[in-house]
Design a protein around this ligand. Structure first.
Ligand code: CO
Ligand code: CO
Ligand code: CO
Length: 316
């Protein structure tokens, strides 16, 4: 039992899940999470939307419905134009409105580096919580957004990213995981998490370790943003990627085949990445079709769950 024995504390920190869940009545549990980030794009309005979508995602990843949020702000108020801050806040506000979430307050501090995010509260029926620890052997594994925002954002910082690619990743990072979550709830997903700082392999490893299962990953089926091989070979590697790679290597079995760039991409830290969830093999086809119809057109079946093997992730 999480939380040192409090029976109301349904999901805690021990399974590395996306949010804490606390039961408040027979039919209702609170889902709480907080996330803030430093600017990943230059446009403050886009950044505000991305940071809000990124923070809301952890509530969607639990199968829950976000209701309210608090702004979390760090801003160099003496060194920078206040207008920048107002665009960031407006971005968060508009994204929260898209999600039908009310921002009820918040807190800001003076900070040499801009930071923005949300503390989010949602609700869920206790029996409908989708944990990351409940994948089952035989399930299919679905990912709803392409990978590569960390590598491409690094290229952006080094002024090497074409505008066209910037608009592609910005649109993806701004997009809420709301519709994807609705589909996975309808299709009775067994386990879910969202892809953020630990990359695909890091979050998949957490899911496999807490579920006591192994994942076979179909490398060619994983959706990717364009030009990633080029940018990996040009060494546009975020610091977090190297840490993730080092952490994941002992847990991964990959055939030697000279496409190391791809393993790098699978370890790329994502901002506002997609949902990664498992559904029964019988539901997987219908689920994918529904995702594509709902606008999540990059969604793909990227692997399957098998009984626990000698390694938690087998790359195919
Ligand atoms: Co998460
Ligand atoms: Co998070
Ligand atoms: Co979850």
């Amino acid at each position: 039992m999480p939380g040192g024995g409090d029976p109301h504390f349904l999901v805690g920190l021990e399974t590395s899940d996306d949010a804490g869940v606390f039961q408040i009545s027979e039919h209702q549990a609170l889902v709480q999470t907080a996330d803030f980030i430093t600017p990943i794009v230059d446009d403050p309005y886009d950044f505000g939307q991305i940071a809000a979508a990124n923070a809301l995602s952890d509530v969607y990843a639990m199968g829950a419905n976000p209701l309210t949020a608090l702004n979390l702000v760090g801003f160099p108020i003496e060194a920078m134009d206040r207008e920048v801050l107002s665009y960031i806040i407006k971005g968060g506000w508009d994204k929260a409105r898209d999600a039908e979430v009310t921002i009820v307050g918040g807190h800001s501090v003076k900070d040499p580096e801009i930071k923005y995010g949300l503390a989010v509260t949602g609700t869920v029926l206790p029996s409908k919580i989708i944990r990351n620890s409940t994948a089952r052997a035989g399930d299919k594994l679905i990912l709803t957004k392409p990978l590569g925002t960390g590598i491409l954002a690094t290229a952006l910082k080094n002024e090497k990213l074409p505008d066209e690619l910037l608009s592609i990743i910005t649109a993806s990072m701004k997009r809420l995981n709301r519709k994807a979550a609705q589909v996975m709830i309808t299709q009775q997903a067994h386990a879910c998490t969202d892809i953020t700082g630990y990359g695909l392999l890091g979050h998949l490893l957490e899911m496999m370790n807490s579920s006591g299962t192994t994942a076979t990953l179909f490398a060619e089926k994983v959706p990717l943003f364009p030009e990633l091989q080029y940018f990996v070979e040009k060494k546009q590697i975020p610091g977090g990627l190297k840490d993730n790679l080092k952490f994941i290597e002992p847990h991964l079995e990959a055939p030697p085949r000279g496409d190391d760039w791809l393993v790098n991409v699978f370890c790329d830290p994502q901002t506002s990445g997609g949902l990664l969830f498992t559904v029964s093999a019988e539901s997987a086809g219908a689920c994918l079709q529904e995702l594509h119809q709902s606008g999540e057109t990059d969604s793909s079946i990227i692997g399957e769950i098998v009984e626990k093997a000698h390694k938690p992730i087998l790359l195919e």
